[in-house]
Design a protein around this ligand. Structure first.
Ligand SMILES: Cc1cc2nc3c(=O)[nH]c(=O)nc-3n(C[C@H](O)[C@H](O)[C@H](O)COP(=O)(O)OP(=O)(O)OC[C@H]3O[C@@H](n4cnc5c(N)ncnc54)[C@H](O)[C@@H]3O)c2cc1C
Length: 478
């Protein structure tokens, strides 16, 4: 009987758990360790942050799902790995403080991002001056502050709202684009849009880059870039954008940044939501004599080392789609896998930039919910293969992966909208697609409209169904 352990129950870990439970749950031991006792559907936090969705609607209690799927659930935090013990194990610190050894034959690390607010002094809701929608608790806090601000606007006050990235190396620009667009729509509805200046502040080389080097697609029969597409939307919404800026400090009401040319400047704000730098959730890895083996599993940023080619300069990385991992397997301990944001990418997708002062302003590569879910499935199916057949048969690189980004721009099913950007592959592959973009221009597509709002809501509903592990969950794709 095999012991399979998954750490983290987000898009990657929970997807992996569903497949593992389904295929192995009855005959083997499948265990999930997660900090929270619920799964969060993170994309809908943009709606929580403007008060359009109750926070409970984004969560699924994990224990009943796992009971049904024959999965053992540990509500707690994994703190140590012991990959060289005779019986390999994870040390989990339960929510009630008890420590527990969880043995594994196969381990999937899917711990998502560590939100590194500390890298930007003054950033973030925990002792800083900006808000965040990256977790459910933070989104609720942000919603309350936003609604208070709206009250001030309703009394006639004029305010400046800034949304974007809070570090030169941040990722997740899509979430900021969605949040600022939803704020715009909400303020229009409340009749106070004229009381707010909306500013999108980002480390991207250009609007529409999204950390994936932008894209080009046929929209309304014409080939346009994602930059042109996003600029047209922001122009229509009256949202001012400032890109190529790395935020390095925040003080009450002032964001300090450096731009691509090395100039230093400030942006004032009354309310700001800025996404921090994402690191990985590094854990202690101990050898039999207590020695530190962490560098065999994690890189310095806390991301799990996998079957990628690391250390290539960008000029070589962009020409080598095979530098991206295919099975997400740790090369040192081959029974350890990583999925979702937890795996260490070989480098950025977006074109990197260093300022004359030596600051690296580069959008980090996103591993979105869809990408994380796909990787979770690939890794789980390989572990199932290994348990049943002793060899892996699944692989999918981000340079082969299709992704759909549906950016909400107002949640109403009557007059809301969403920008839909379909990209294939996520990481450009200039060998297979020798055009300017390195992408399949037949598949890549951009559209905005009310149907997008319906699609976004439908996706929320179907994913909440899938992630509850209800009948036929497998037919809903990641
Ligand atoms: C506001 C917002 C909107 C977004 N919108 C979209 C969107 O529209 N579409 C899209 O595709 N993507 C979107 N994303 C990105 C998407 O949410 C992430 O890509 C996805 O959540 C990553 O999945 P993951 O499983 O790697 O990490 P997570 O979802 O963060 O899950 C990691 C889990 O591991 C747990 N964990 C961490 N450390 C430990 C530990 N030591 N022990 C136990 N448990 C641990 C965490 O508590 C968490 O439950 C959005 C992100 C944000 C912030």
């Amino acid at each position: 009987m095999a012991n399979v352990v998954v750490i983290g129950a987000g898009f990657a870990g929970h997807t992996a758990a569903l497949y593992l439970g389904h295929h192995l749950g009855k005959k083997h031991n499948v265990t999930v360790i997660n900090k929270y006792d619920y799964f969060t559907y993170v994309p809908s936090l943009v709606w929580v942050g403007v008060g359009h969705m109750p926070p409970e609607k984004t969560g699924i209690p994990l224990a009943p799902v796992y009971r049904r799927m024959h999965i053992h659930f540990v509500h707690g935090k994994a703190v140590e790995l012991h990959p060289e013990a005779e019986e390999q194990f994870v040390v989990a610190e339960r929510a009630d403080g008890r420590r527990e050894r969880v043995p594994y034959d196969y381990l999937i690390i899917a711990t998502g991002p560590k939100l590194n607010y500390a890298a930007t002094p003054g950033l973030g809701p925990h002792g800083g001056y900006t808000y965040s929608i990256c977790t459910r608790q933070d989104a609720v806090h942000t919603r309350d502050a936003y609604l208070e601000l709206v009250q001030r606007m309703e009394k006639g006050e004029r305010v400046k709202i800034v949304v974007g990235t809070g570090h030169p190396g941040s990722t997740c620009q899509g979430a900021s684009v969605e949040y600022i667009s939803n704020i715009h729509k909400d303020l229009v509805k409340r009749g106070v849009r004229d009381k707010a200046d909306l500013v999108y502040l980002s480390n991207e080389p250009a609007l529409g880059d999204f950390g994936i080097r932008g894209t080009k697609a046929r929209a309304k029969g014409r080939l346009i870039t994602s930059q042109e597409f996003m600029e047209a939307i922001f122009r229509e919404f009256g949202i001012h954008w400032e890109v190529q800026k790395g935020v390095y400090k925040v003080e009450p009401g002032i964001i300090y940044w450096e731009d691509y040319e090395g100039n230093y400047g400030e942006t004032e704000f009354d309310f700001a939501m800025l996404v921090p730098q994402f690191l990985g959730n590094r854990m202690e890895v101990k050898g039999p004599a207590g020695e530190d083996l962490s560098d065999r599993v994690f890189n310095k940023g806390g991301f799990v080392l996998v079957d990628a080619i690391y250390g290539l300069p960008y000029e070589r990385l962009e020409k080598n789609p095979d530098a991206w991992p295919s099975v997400y397997q740790n090369p040192y301990y081959t029974n350890i896998f990583a999925a979702g944001i937890a795996f260490a990418p070989p480098g950025p997708i977006s074109v990197p930039h260093t300022t004359p002062n030596g600051t690296n302003i580069t959008a980090a590569p996103p591993r979105t919910g869809m990408t994380s879910g796909i990787i979770g499935r690939v890794v789980a199916l390989n572990v199932i293969d290994l348990v049943k057949k002793g060899r892996m048969t699944h692989s999918e690189r981000m340079s082969e992966m299709f992704t759909a980004c549906i950016a909400s721009m107002g949640d109403s099913l009557w007059d809301g909208s969403a920008a839909v950007v379909l990209t294939h592959p996520v990481v450009p592959d200039f060998r297979r697609y020798p055009n300017e973009e390195g992408r399949d221009l037949f598949v890549t597509h951009m559209e905005i409209g009310l149907s997008g709002a319906w699609m976004k809501r439908l996706i929320h509903t179907t994913f909440m169904y899938k992630y509850r592990g209800y009948p036929f969950w497998q037919i809903i794709p990641e």
